[in-house]
Design a protein around this ligand. Sequence first.
Ligand SMILES: Cc1ncc(COP(=O)(O)O)c(C=O)c1O
Length: 472
Amino acid sequence: MDWKTFARHGRKIADWGAGYHETLRDRPVRARTKPGEIFGQLPATPPETGEDMAAILEDFEKIVMPGLTHWQHPRFFAYFPANAAPPSMLAEFLTTVIAPQCMLWQTSPAATEMETRMILWLRDALGLPGDVTGAIQDSASTATLAAVLTMRECALNFKGKEEGLFGQTPLRIYCSDEVHSSIDRAIWFSGIGQDNLVRIPTQGPLRGMDPAALRKAVEADLAAGLRPAGIVACTGGTSTGACDDIDAVADVAQDHGLYLHVDAAWAGSAMICPEFRTLWQGIERADSVVFNPHKWLGAQFDCSVQFVRDSEALIHTLAIRPEYLLTHGADGITNYSEWSIPLGRRFRALKIWFLLRSYGLEGLRTRLRNHVAWSQALCDRLGAEPDIEIVTPPVLSLFTFRYRPAGVAEDDLDALNQRLVDTINDDGRIYLTQTLVGGAKAIRFQAGQFDCTEEDVALAFDVITEIARKEL
Ligand SMILES: Cc1ncc(COP(=O)(O)O)c(C=O)c1O
């Protein structure tokens, strides 16, 4: 492809993108295809000779588009959002066309120095202490793995990398039942093993782990000759938004010299609003904190920020310095690949810069505060209906509810609620997901899509009540 053709199609795609977003409300939020339907439309073998881009784009519309779920749809109320504000898309377009690989300072000084500045901007925006630094990771899963590896190495005096875990006293990590499954996977991949992930009972679906039970578990493990290494706490759990009492958990961490990592992948964005920071009181005592600007804040996926209090511990855990990666003759540089698990790194800081400059923190705060207020209003309206029960009240913009019409046996409620979620999603006007609260099925609602309006949230009330009462 020559560059004139590239530019022609690039302009077409930019126009197409604007049109797509302007008409997004007319599309069903969730894809309506059946399993295998897209695969079956793709030829079994690749072409031997090149094809025209116009034909490729035509097939994209015909084959691919029907098979996409529209995460940027303003009525996407499922999971958590994966927002892509338009300025962050433009930044991604630039990084796509320049395509720098930013593993070392010298492989793109601007990317490294922009990353350092964006970390400091975000640290201050979230109200974290001035001695915190950090790095942009691809995902919260990776950041949590990096944190778990760091707690492992701190506990083993940085010998685990060389000696492995065979023959070592088992390391123990503590968390509640409300943490995300990425914590389990970090425990598997770090070699610590699921059996050494100690689940501390929570004090209800919205409250985090019981600090007294945490302390007891650590002390019991010490008495049994095991080696407590760290705690993974959460602010804004995926199921219902559960929040650990970070201050109380930090007391235990401090008393026993444990590394404390906090997963605030979703809720972290809300901390640009000072009034929400009570949810993570004590956060300045955490060793590591992850939050995903690619979730609620608006930086296009992927973009996850890991803050650390002691960057040396992280670097000591992850860095490796073969000659071919060294930069000679440059002092005081940062090589962010030494803060991350993959060597190669994308230029993710650019989209944060574009985002923050375009909206300003105040513009982003207004959006988040609106989501929280509209979600609370919807929760109040649903809760006032005789056949709907609020299972967990809003944590920020997330709450759960359950359809409970008169005359339906308790045992049939789970199936009924799953049928409600499925029917709503087939309808397409909104998109919701389910969870389990205390073993019973509940429907999750979260508002957070970047362009979502009060009317979009209000429409959720109409869709939920209409489908529950007419179609089940
Ligand atoms: C609380 C929480 N932590 C971690 C993750 C994993 O995030 P990522 O996809 O960035 O690995 C999620 C995903 O939704 C989450 O909700």
